[in-house]
Design a binder for this molecule. Structure first.
Ligand code: C2E
Ligand code: MG
Ligand code: MG
Ligand code: MG
Length: 285
């Protein structure tokens, strides 16, 4: 019996040290990634891909979402799921956010000049990013002689829930400059709708989890229809995320959804491939 107890204790100890060493490894990995990421910013290893946002009724494209990627020298292309949350633990997220914004501004200026004067680029803003930088962003847009409408900022619902007075003020200033605001991943946050009364929101992006089973789940169809009706009555447009099939697209058109984004239309593309895609799309529409 003594021996069994000893074994159990020993086991317990092993199990604990196993966990601590695993946790230590995870922490080490995260700080290594944070270190490399700081380097990546300086070395210009980050780049943006663009995914078309398609006007469902006509098939035309006047908007794209910018999605950040990291060209890692050894690991190849690294996706945001692997580094955004790490960047959020430090000031790095604001630096990345500033970089993404400036990059998107340059790109939208080029596409407005060469393709469509009303072209818009949508960027993602982390809730951890300092909102105070947004007034610098407005200044930057003015310096570039760009209309505020050139940029859409995507935020998640959670950002608007425990709204600090300052956040509200900054957001309103931002909208005063003409910048548009979209709620990303709509329907997945702490589903409170109260913020829709307080803020002038331009777009709701219905999360792809409501779109992927649109053909088979009547509940998802009912929810999408309700969201579209509500959005339109409140003066907002709706973008469906993660549209992967023609039948999803057809259902969304029948529901009066304004825009679609997803692999059915196109995966996120490099600048060059996006331009080719635009030309091709313009030719068939
Ligand atoms: P998100 O803003 O909801 O972006 C949509 C994500 O869904 C993108 O993943 C996109 O590639 C993917 N997607 C688009 N269409 C489809 C589809 O038809 N099917 C499926 N299965 N997926 C589709 P990605 O690029 O890996 O980005 C993931 C998330 O990382 C984004 O979600 C966004 O929250 C965040 N993110 C991306 N870029 C930035 C950035 O510049 N700053 C910040 N703060 N976050 C970013
Ligand atoms: Mg987004
Ligand atoms: Mg989204
Ligand atoms: Mg999403």
């Amino acid at each position: 019996a003594d021996q069994a107890m000893y074994a159990a204790k020993n086991n317990g100890r092993n199990c604990c040290s196993y966990f601590t060493s695993n946790m230590r490894k995870a922490t080490e990995t995260r700080s290594r990634i944070a270190y490399e990421l700081r380097h990546a910013l300086r070395e210009q290893q980050l780049f943006l891909m663009y995914q078309p946002i398609v006007k469902l009724a006509t098939g035309s494209i006047h908007k794209a979402e910018a999605l950040v990627r990291w060209q890692h020298p050894e690991r190849g292309t690294v996706f945001p799921v692997e580094f955004i949350s790490i960047a959020e633990e430090s000031n790095l997220i604001s630096e990345i956010g500033d970089w993404v914004f400036k990059q998107a501004v340059n790109q939208v200026a080029a596409w407005q000049a060469n393709y469509d004067t009303n072209f818009q680029i949508s960027i993602n803003k982390s809730p951890k990013q300092f909102i105070s930088r947004m007034s610098d962003w407005v200044d930057h847009l003015h310096e570039q002689k760009l209309d505020g409408h050139s940029i859409i900022v995507e935020i998640t619902e959670n950002l608007l829930l425990d709204v600090h007075e300052l956040v509200v003020k900054q957001l309103l200033n931002f909208r005063d400059a003409g910048v548009q605001v979209a709620i990303d991943d709509f329907g997945t946050g702490y589903s409170s709708l109260s913020y829709l009364k307080k803020f002038d929101i331009d777009y709701l992006k219905i999360d792809q989890s409501f779109i992927s089973n649109l053909d088979s789940r009547s509940n998802d169809r009912i929810l999408c229809e309700a969201v579209i009706t509500m959005a339109h009555r409140l003066g907002m447009k709706v973008i469906a995320e993660g549209v992967e099939t023609n039948s999803q697209k057809q259902l969304l058109i029948a529901m009066g959804c304004d825009y679609g984004q997803g692999y059915f239309f196109s995966k996120p593309l490099t600048t060059e491939n996006f331009e080719t895609f635009l030309q091709h799309n313009a030719a068939i529409n």
